[in-house]
Design a protein around this ligand. Structure first.
Ligand code: PHE
Length: 350
């Protein structure tokens, strides 16, 4: 009888470890532990034994029963894990639990024009540079020929941090760092400085349909030998014609900014009336879009560049303004409102 138990034990161990599927294991369970199973049969056969034998043999059979159950359960667990892993591996890589028909969202109109401008300037060899929103007084004003108490600071009152730093009031705040960084390559290797730097700007402004305390600009600079106003006009005209997908006429009017000399306001021919005169352009046929000018010698010098040898232009394109014109947004406050109904309508493909 003992041999029977030992051989059953071996048999079960062998069969269980050879089983490859949970279905095979189920069959083994029935074969040994089912109503007509071998172990059940052993228990049934005990009725002819003496009470003494029943006690010792019964204990052994029960032990075998427990052993078989444990073996089968352990193997079942391992196989189940294997099967799940296999099923997962064969699944498609997308997440099938993602709900269908998701709204894809849309880009903000300012992001759209910013990207367009970046693409256009990149194609003309300009580097696109990111710059912090928190800057020093030196970066925002001093280095740009705007000393303390200069009246030009009034128009650029902004938000000050307790450590004396401030939220930049214009993207020009990056000029000095860019001149210093790329000026080396200009002086040593003759590589012109060509960079644009889009960014968010802040001013202490009472808001209305045309004014916001938070808005976007895109600054651009080019410095080399013999750079003149005609280079400035060429790049601006090319960029604007690309953005609006039609030939845009530009004109320069004198404008004052301490960091350019001469300084200009660049106007574009009115997009609505084509220059004839209409309410949108106050009958003038022109729209004011981009202050610009030739970089002031003091600013070049502060950036480590000799103004006797090099000249350059700078412009401060109002990206928010540009987005409003391109997409016909009448109230600037809509752009910062987060109202998706307004913001979702704009796309890049025309
Ligand atoms: N930084 C100026 C402003 O925000 C614009 C400007 C940039 C003017 C570059 C000239 C040259 O008002």
């Amino acid at each position: 009888m003992d041999e029977k138990i030992i051989s059953l034990k071996n048999e079960i161990t062998e069969k269980v470890s050879a089983a490859q599927t949970t279905a095979e294991l189920d069959a083994i369970r029935v074969e040994y532990l089912g109503k007509k199973g071998s172990i059940t049969a052993l228990l049934k056969g005990m009725k002819d034994l003496s009470p003494e034998e029943k006690k010792t043999f019964g204990a052994k059979v029960n032990e075998l029963k427990e052993f078989a159950t444990q073996q089968i359960d352990d193997r079942a667990k391992a196989l189940k894990e294997q099967e799940i892993a296999k099923e997962l591996a064969s699944m498609p890589i997308f997440d099938i639990t993602t709900p269908a028909n998701l709204d894809r969202g849309s880009y903000h109109p300012i992001t759209l024009v910013q990207r367009q401008c970046e693409t256009i300037f990149k194609s003309m060899g300009f580097a696109v540079i990111d710059y912090p929103e928190v800057v020093t007084d030196y970066e925002c004003f001093e280095a740009l020929n705007i000393p303390k108490h200069h009246p030009a600071r009034d128009m650029q009152d902004t938000y000050y941090l307790s450590n004396g730093q401030l939220l930049k009031s214009h993207t020009s705040a990056a000029q000095n760092a860019i001149l210093k960084k790329y000026g080396k390559n200009l002086i040593e290797n003759g590589v012109p400085i060509k960079a644009i730097f889009p960014g968010r700007c802040f001013r202490n402004e009472a808001t209305d349909a045309c004014h916001e305390n938070t808005f976007f600009q895109m600054e651009g600079v080019m410095v080399d030998k013999d750079i003149s106003i005609s280079n400035l006009i060429y790049f601006m005209k090319t960029m604007l014609s690309e953005v609006f997908r039609k030939d845009i006429k530009v004109r320069l009017r004198p404008g004052f900014f301490p960091f350019v000399e001469p300084g200009f306001e660049l106007d574009i021919s009115c997009l609505i009336c084509g220059g004839e005169g209409c309410p949108s352009c106050k009958q003038s046929g022109w729209l004011e879009l981009c202050p610009c000018g030739m970089i002031h010698p003091n600013v070049l010098r502060e950036g480590g560049i000799d103004p006797e040898e090099y000249t350059g232009f700078a412009f401060g394109l109002g990206l928010t303004r540009l987005a409003m014109m391109k997409y016909g947004v009448k109230d600037i406050r809509d752009l910062n409102s987060g109202r998706l109904k307004v913001l979702e309508q704009f796309t890049d493909d025309e």
